[in-house]
Design a protein around this ligand. Structure first.
Ligand SMILES: [Zn+2]
Length: 139
């Protein structure tokens, strides 16, 4: 199931860019063309299993992870069960998240008021980055 090159320009330089309808999508680094493998069957790349579980541990809901990664929440629930993932219950903090490009991310960190009073965590997400921000619930 390996892709050898971009179907549009034959470049061998491409990067993972999300999952669409349970199929791995790629983005060509040379021409920007999006393409996916024709058939992945039921197997989803380990990369996204790891990402989904990571986001789950950070406190995101199944539906949020589904929206971000394009993986069905049922698959995510199954992985959580399969790998016996338990996350600590914490009702005092609320995670919010943004999907940013590398330059948006660097702009974000240049504004100090973005960083006060909250913890942030950044994780790679295909050709983008995801920033998770932890804030205390305000009553
Ligand atoms: Zn290309």
């Amino acid at each position: 199931m390996d892709i050898q090159c971009c179907p549009n320009c034959s470049s061998e330089s491409y990067t993972k860019s999300g999952i669409v309808n349970n199929r791995q999508r790629y983005k060509c680094k040379s021409c920007g063309y999006f393409f996916s493998v024709n058939k992945m069957g039921k197997r989803i790349d380990d990369y996204y299993v790891n990402k989904a579980l990571q986001l789950y541990l950070e406190g995101l809901t199944y539906r949020e992870i589904e929206r971000i990664l394009g993986i069905s929440h049922v698959s995510i629930m199954n992985w959580v069960k399969k790998y016996n993932i338990k996350r600590p219950y914490n009702s005092n903090y609320h995670p919010s998240y943004k999907i940013l490009s590398a330059s948006e991310l660097s702009n974000y960190f240049q504004k100090t008021n973005n960083l006060s009073g909250a913890g942030v965590l950044v994780t790679e997400l295909g050709d983008k980055f995801m920033l998770i921000k932890w804030e205390r619930f305000r009553d």
